[in-house]
Structures are given as structure tokens and as C-alpha cells.
Design a protein around this ligand. Sequence first.
Ligand code: COA
Length: 317
Amino acid sequence: MPLRSVIAGCGGCLPAQVVTNEELAARHGLDTSDAWIRERSGITRRHFAGPGETAASMGAEAARRALAQAGIEAGEVDAVIVATATPDSAFPATAVHIQRLLGVTRGFGFDVSAACTGFIYALAIADSMLRTGQARCALVIGTEVYSRILDWTDRGTCVLFGDGAGAVVLRAEERADGRGILSTHLHADGRHADILHVEGTTGPLRMAGREVFKHAVTKLAAVVEEALAANGLPREAVDWLVPHQANIRIIEAMGRKLGLPPEQVVVTVDRHANTSAASVPLALAEAVEDGRIRKGDLVLLEAIGGGLTWGAALLRF
Ligand code: COA
């Protein structure tokens, strides 16, 4: 029987502080409006970390929820792989801080830097390591505090991001029923590094929104086709699209491209804004928690972000 990486549980963590578009505009004296932000991005509000909330603390909480859903003890975890662009410290890695917060004392842990595509990268690495026997049970986490790297005078970027964390427990299992990660597809093209980047290590974030938008629509469309073709599956086989949550217009374009009705596309951007590497696992956790995504469903994940980096993963949940 083939060794597969199966998602055993998912969890999310959003900070308590919720900030609406109006509140954000008033707080920073921005020349913007709720109507503009909603119409151009689909965002109505976002969560921001409060004092003491960090990438590690939120990532650990999301991981606890994922472990609880999986019915797995922290002691069984032998790999922690964290995607983040906003780590607690240069080192130790956020993964190691999370290990400590969870009481995990064995195996290994490290961070992955691929901006908004980070969770797909982390999932691909974990999948490879599980299938080659380097670990048996991995926590794969995306966690971000972009509120700490934004320029509050730049209305073109500061209205688009939020904070949060999402996690999955990935377990190596011999399965004959087809469940597990089917394939992952990673890309990067450093020629476009300038259009979305963080200055130095502490920010602020800079983005040429219109250019990123154009790349997003074409590159995401290509990578989802690549994932389906690699598995010889038609578009109609997809039960759920769980896309990166940057802009509702990009998400809707991807849904149309796949011929999926809006009910089969998981959307959180309206309430979370763009939480970068946390957005895909947060959306996945929400749709699993509320019963939309069920065992055996074919789920397509995709994301694009600074680098440019982009990628997709196809899995049978
Ligand atoms: N409120 C009001 N006006 C704003 C604004 C705001 N918050 N931000 C920008 N504007 C203005 C611009 O200054 C511009 O004015 P001008 O025409 O007088 O120069 C106008 O709105 C249009 O700006 P533009 O950037 O072309 O708008 P857009 O329709 O492309 O939407 C984004 C902007 C950022 C929402 C959109 O480009 C986007 O989502 N890009 C992709 C972002 C993304 O996916 N990023 C993450 C990938 S990980």
C-alpha cells in the first residue's frame, strides 16, 4: 500500500481584536472608505494581534486545535514546519518556539520563508519528508502578524492584511482508499521580487498591487491546471477550492476558471483580510470545522505571494 500524507486534523487561531474598514481608516487617518476597500478587495474587517500575541503564540494555539481535532497528543509530533514572514525572532525558528509551547521534545522543527505561498511550500516539504520516512507525524503551520510590518500611511497596502494562524496535523499512513496529498507544485521567479517585498527584515511591506494582481490571475490559473493534469483529473472532479485569501476578485476568477459554483469555493477574505501564509490553513480549518469539507473530498489549495512564489496542492481529504 502506498505511504500517504493524510490530514488528520485542522485548526485556526484569530486574535480577539477585530478592526473594521471604518475603524482602520479612522485610526490611521487614511484617505479611503469602506466602500472602496469592499469593492476592490472584498474585505470588510480583519483581526489584529494584541500585546503578547505573536506568530509563535497564535501558531501554537492553531496547532493545539488541530491536534485536538485529530485526537493526537503533542508527544506524537516529530516534525514542526512553520511558514511565516513575521517570526518572533531571527532564531530560534518560530517552529522551535511552538515546539516549546506545545511541549514537543523530539523530532525537528524549522521555518519556511515563501511569503503568502509559505503554507503550500511547508506542506510540500512535510509531504516529502513523511513519504520518505523522515517523520511520521508533522505539524504544518502558517502564522503571521503582518500588522507589525505594514506602513500605516500607505492606503494601497495597509487595508489589505490581517493577523492569524492556521495549522494541520499531517500523518504518514499506508492507505488504499486514495486519501492523502496527491501532489504539490511549487514555483518561484525572483525577477518579480520588487513588486511585492518587505524592506529589510522589519518592513514595511511594499506592493505594486495592480501588477501583482495580473501575475496572480495567470500564474494561479496555470498552477491549478498543472496540479489537475499531473493527476489526470478533470476540473469537475474538484469538490473544494481553498484559495489564498488576498482579494475576492482573484478568488472568484479562479472559481470561474475551474467551473466551480461559488458554494464550492471557501472564502474568508471578507472577514480575515489577507493573512499571508495563514490564509489557506485558516480557510481549510473553517470549512472542515463547519462540516463543508468531508473525508474523501478532493480539495485544491493554491497561493501566490512575494518572490514571486506560487504553488498548488491537490489532496483527497
Ligand atoms: N482607498 C482608496 N483609494 C485607493 C486605496 C484605498 N485604500 N488604495 C489605492 N487607492 C487608489 C489608488 O491610489 C489609485 O488611484 P489613482 O487611480 O488616482 O492612482 C486607485 O485607487 C486604483 O488603484 P489600483 O491599485 O489600480 O486599484 P486596484 O483596482 O488594482 O486595486 C488592490 C488595488 C491592491 C486591491 C489590487 O490591485 C489587488 O488586490 N492586487 C493584488 C494584491 C494581492 O493579491 N496581494 C497579495 C498577493 S499575496
